[in-house]
Design a protein around this ligand. Structure first.
Ligand code: ZN
Length: 368
């Protein structure tokens, strides 16, 4: 990343300033995109607009602005990364679009006009790769709002693909909310849906989200990502046809990718098991039920442990001795164990508790 400080007079900045409701805002003789796509959703307050012009009139310094150099062949060559509000405030004042203290720019005495036009703005011009740009975006506070990671990625990889992905995944009441609102956690507008689905899509290609977005940046639409999302939901609904709130926020993408080709999954049998497990008091993490049924990993269920009182009672009943090797140990060096494992129907009840020394407990764990 190369950062070059330059000085731009208001005279040059406001040259050719146009505010086109559709196409955006340009300045600096048409060579500066003031409102690049990722800036368009931010709305600025008018009262800060006046402060910008007052600061210039007093000859006080404005904060540094940041532009991105898009390269010598790009038109406009530069885009505003930070400083959109300041740019629009001063340019639209010079263009006579609003008055300050009852005076438009064209009403001002000549020397005051000159003072404004000659005012030097400090601009840091940044150029580099997309990922270097991303690092820069993380530091700069675009629009005075701290962007979250996905918003930053959307800014760096802006283009038709991101625009379409956002239209599908990030709109309140939009397509993803309608079909996936029960399945995804977070807020669409804060990009949680898009971040989740991009995470799934990138992971199935063994890529980082950043690389995945870089690969697709210039695709005309995000149809492929959308189709993948629909496939994930179709599969999830076919395999687990009864909806429960514990399904919300599970990693359905990776679950689909790992199991999509299986032919042994019987939705009726699975639903019967879901019912059992949901009712099982020893299963303390109910949201783990679905993944457990797919991969058999008991740790997902967080099987209830024996409480301290039960452990103490077993320890005393065993005469402080390990139930397997018979060695004598302190209570703190022993572990409570299900005599009949939970997976074979043993429950977390006092009768099913035995105390094992550390080694015996590890050995038993390894045998499972
Ligand atoms: Zn032992």
């Amino acid at each position: 990343m190369n950062v070059e400080p330059i000085t731009v007079a208001v005279r040059d900045l406001s040259q050719g300033y146009t505010d086109n409701a559709v196409g955006g805002v340009t300045a600096y003789g048409g060579d500066l995109d003031v409102r690049p796509p990722y800036q368009r959703e931010f709305v600025y307050r008018d009262d800060r607009r006046d402060e910008v012009v007052r600061t210039i009139l007093k000859g006080l310094p404005l904060n540094v602005m940041y532009w991105v150099d898009r390269g010598p062949d790009a038109r406009p060559r530069y885009e505003v990364m930070d400083g959109q509000q300041r740019t629009i405030s001063v340019c639209s004042y010079v263009a006579g679009q609003y008055s300050l203290d009852g005076r438009f720019f064209f009403n001002l005495p000549r020397d005051v006009k000159e003072r404004i036009l000659g005012y030097p703005l400090t601009v840091y011009v940044c150029s580099g790769t997309e990922s270097e740009k991303l690092d820069w975006f993380r530091i700069v506070n675009i629009a005075g709002v701290q962007l979250n990671d996905q918003e930053l990625l959307n800014a760096v990889y802006a283009g038709p693909w991101v625009a379409d992905a956002r239209a599908r995944f990030s709109k309140p009441g939009g397509p993803a909310v309608q079909v996936g609102g029960d399945w995804l956690k977070g807020s669409a507008i804060r990009q949680d849906y898009l971040a989740t689905v991009l995470g799934w899509a990138a992971a199935r290609h063994g890529a980082s989200v950043e690389d995945y977005m870089g690969t697709h940046q210039h695709d005309p639409t995000a149809q492929a990502l959308w189709s993948y999302f629909r496939s994930v939901l179709d599969w999830a609904q076919a395999v687990f046809p009864v909806y429960r709130r514990e399904m919300k926020g599970l990693p359905w993408g990776p679950m689909y990718d790992a199991n999509r080709d299986r032919t042994d999954l019987d939705p009726n049998a699975l639903e019967a098991r879901v019912q059992e497990l949901m009712a099982d008091e020893d299963v303390t993490r109910k949201s783990g039920v679905y993944r457990y049924l797919l991969d058999g990993d008991e740790r997902r269920l967080s099987i209830r442990a024996f409480d301290k009182r039960t452990q103490r009672a077993a320890y005393e009943a065993q005469g402080h001795r390990c139930a397997v090797c018979g060695g004598e140990f302190g209570l703190a060096d022993m572990h409570a164990d299900h005599i009949v494992p939970w997976s074979r129907g043993g429950h977390t009840v006092p009768d099913n508790c035995q105390m094992l020394c550390r080694d015996c407990n590890l050995r038993k764990g390894a045998q499972r």
